[in-house]
Design a protein around this ligand. Structure first.
Ligand code: EPU
Length: 341
């Protein structure tokens, strides 16, 4: 019999930002590797399907989860070293991402300001390589420690080992269902430079009269933009962008542009193009529309919202209708960003 603080038939409603009701067969708060090791050593627990939960901001619960939810709650943030180029800061997986970013700024350390106000936890940030306003986690990432359920060891992964891509990493592929992130170390440049090229950010800084912006100015600009454009999950259930921006060939983008004036696209380093999924969905007329209690946010068509009492299936039905429309009108397949359970 384990002495772990397990709970059974546990409601996950308060732990997903969509605010969807679903129950977990078993739920366990996790503060570090020892708890995970105890799970691994317990034959009954180790046999259950696992769901690692951070801030629950990238999750769509379409059913009850007949397994073990591992809720990462470990806390702690510290400066762990520096060299000529970087200051290294480490945060435990359970820390709130925005709280951590604000803490680095309060220490006088710039580098993460463009990623202010992204919902979620520190441990989840590298899994989908969160990004906003021209910066991704991979750009400031140094290393992370994770518990490996296969070996029972704590492993350290550097940037190359994480195989970061657009909203993607090794944790969605080879290490899926295997490694659980314990803490993450970031390398923040000592010679800080503003990254304010993104049009929305440049405009917000101009409005504020910040010609030589500090990291704090950029954080404030990003917070203002996000507050204006994106719904606060504490008030309207949502999981941020519901779809990834699709990547298409230059040929396909040119053909689309010839047919659809105003198509928003961004050239990638390899010559392909990322299309603004929000624009595609908007053009299909979905902005502000709903199916039952699931809706498309009125200020950003890429964000699906729980209008009140939605089940995961309601949101999934709306998402499917949007995917079908975008495919029919533009010939482009949209891929959801959140994990579906
Ligand atoms: N647009 C529309 N109609 C809409 C929404 C967008 O025409 O309803 C157009 C905008 O006018 C703009 C373009 O689409 O020209 C892109 O919109 P926006 O700048 O709002 O960014 P996004 O591509 O929709 C991405 C990320 C966001 C991130 C922002 C800023 C993805 C899937 N989303 O959104 O990340 O905050 O850029 O960098 O890559 C998230 O992943 O959850 C997220 C919020």
């Amino acid at each position: 019999m384990s002495s772990l603080p397990l709970q059974h038939d546990f409601s996950l409603r308060a732990f997903n930002t969509f605010g969807i009701e679903a129950r977990a067969h078993a739920y366990l708060p996790v503060d570090g590797a020892d708890t995970l090791r105890a799970v691994r050593d317990d034959a009954a627990l180790a046999a259950l399907p696992r769901l690692v939960l951070g801030g629950g901001s990238n999750l769509l619960l379409t059913r009850d989860f007949d397994g073990l939810v591992l809720h990462m709650r470990g806390a702690g943030m510290e400066i762990v070293g520096e060299d000529e180029a970087f200051t290294y800061v480490r945060a435990a997986a359970g820390e709130n991402w925005h709280g951590f970013v604000q803490w680095t700024l309060a220490q006088g350390l710039g580098g993460l300001e463009n990623l202010s106000l992204i919902p979620g936890s520190v441990g989840a940030a590298p899994i989908q390589n969160i990004g906003a306003y021209g910066v991704e986690v991979k750009d400031r990432f140094h290393a992370l420690r994770a518990f490996d359920f296969t070996s029972g060891e704590v492993i350290t992964l550097d940037r190359a080992a994480c195989c970061f891509g657009y909203r993607d990493s090794v944790f969605k592929h080879a290490l899926r269902d295997r490694a659980v992130v314990l803490d993450v170390t970031f390398a923040l440049p000592r010679q800080w430079q503003a990254n304010a090229n993104y049009a929305d950010v440049a405009q917000a800084l101009q409005e504020r009269g910040a010609a030589q912006p500090t990291a704090r100015d950029i954080a404030d600009a990003v917070i203002a933009i996000r507050t204006r454009k994106l719904p606060d999950p504490a008030r309207i259930g949502n999981a941020g962008s519901f779809f990834k921006n699709p990547i298409v060939s230059a040929q396909q983008r040119d053909a689309l542009l010839a047919q659809h004036l105003g198509l928003v696209s961004y050239r990638q380093d390899d010559g392909s193009y990322k299309l603004a999924a929000g624009w595609l969905i908007d053009r299909c007329g979905w902005k502000g529309k709903s199916i039952g209690p699931a809706g498309v946010y009125e200020k950003q068509a890429l964000v699906l919202v729980n209008l009140g009492g939605a089940a995961g299936a309601d949101v999934a039905r709306l998402a499917k209708a949007i995917q079908d429309d975008v495919l029919e009108k533009f010939g482009v397949a949209l891929e959801p960003e959140p994990v579906f359970i």
